[in-house]
Design a binder for this molecule. Sequence first.
Ligand SMILES: C[S@@+](CC[C@H](N)C(=O)[O-])C[C@H]1O[C@@H](n2cnc3c(N)ncnc32)[C@H](O)[C@@H]1O
Length: 455
Amino acid sequence: MGEFKHQHTADLSASLTCSTMSLGVEQLDAWIDDSSALKPVLHTDHQTIDDSMKILLMKLLVKALHGASNFDPVILMAEELLTEKPKCIYLHYALGTAFSKNKENDKAIYHCQRFIDTLPEERDVKFKDDNLAMVHNNLAVCLKNAGFFDRAEANFQSALNIDDTFAAAHNNYGNLLNDQARINEAQESFLKAIDLDPEDHIAYWNLHSTATSSLQAQAIIETCISKSPTDEIALFTLAGLQAFEGNTHAFEELIRFGFGEEPLVRSIAWILSLPESPTIHFNRWALYDHAISLAPRSRPFYEFGVWMGDSFKYLVPKFSEGFGFDTFQGLPENWGVVPKGAYSSMGRVPEIQNSQFFIGEFEKTLPAFFSERREKAGLINFDADLYSSTITALNNAKPIIDDQTVIVFDEFIVNSHWENDEYRAFLEFCDANGYAFKVDAVSLFTKQVICRIKS
Ligand SMILES: C[S@@+](CC[C@H](N)C(=O)[O-])C[C@H]1O[C@@H](n2cnc3c(N)ncnc32)[C@H](O)[C@@H]1O
């Protein structure tokens, strides 16, 4: 999630995975300082720009990467120069980096790919070689965020083929593997990243998502905090995990020191306020396995918000059949800092056995679908993020929900505005229908919950 304030987050994804965009600031600084780069050479071909321009551009980029300005000046300059020099790798490098930092995935993917595909003129070969692994890594992160997992994997592998000691690429590759339910491989990648850079707290943070018990997760998060004692997300999470086990001291201290308004702390407080303690999970697949184990599996599976079909593919084989609903065009409105259109699969509908997909806005497709009698749901995955979409899905799905139906919400807690999103929709739905509910499980890392209506 973009708005979750953890440094190095470069992710639109639904969990707190931290991907590291390799920015190569030191490398760029060294390049700028290198006097050979300052030799005035006049270029007449269309592949490259003058050295003075390269240096100016890289200085603007470094300034933005250091946070001393935004990326607008870099983008303005590079886009203007690009009209004259469409094959200049410096311009594609600058734009790929700037757009990936701005989380403009499509544009970042385009320019990173152009950097990779363009054959540079001879004097630019070294710049390309020096930065190629980094650009493959950044491209892979953007592709992962856009849901193109296969292309992302190929680019992580290219980055690691060039430089197997690239710790950030191992770490980011771990996040991709985690997103694909390849937890053991993800764990291996995080451990490689830690081996290569034992001081990087982010790899420990990500590693905790592969934990299978709270004690294991706590031990990993403690190491993460020892590497970065000011990592608030890790500190809050650890305090929460301790509190869930009855040791509320650290959590009470957080409240006493004024952190009570932090969204993660508010989420922990909500979990602590529940009448029965839910099971705590650390990744979405463990939470799904738990949901499956609670659900009546002779019934169908329903999903509101399918995107590329990753959760659908994992869940549907466990049920009699599956029904998925989506425009396949992404979010219909802005969601916090996540822009309208995010999570678009550009109209592509997944092909999954034993499944039917209903394409269009919930407001249109659901009344028609539920105008017929439908079988009660074994499991429903509500994954449309927005309050408006979730309340529409809940209200329409009422006839298929009973006290055996396992309800998973994908973005229930932790986001800065979580009380106004799926949480609000579910509470209003329960209120309107006189339902009480039980929370069976939660995952702070992935923001998910499992609920069941009480009879
Ligand atoms: C976060 S993605 C779903 C991710 C997917 N379940 C997974 O785990 O891979 C959210 C999806 O909800 C869809 N969506 C949101 N609001 C919608 C609405 N009102 N009608 C139809 N689709 C909607 C978007 O198109 C997007 O594909």
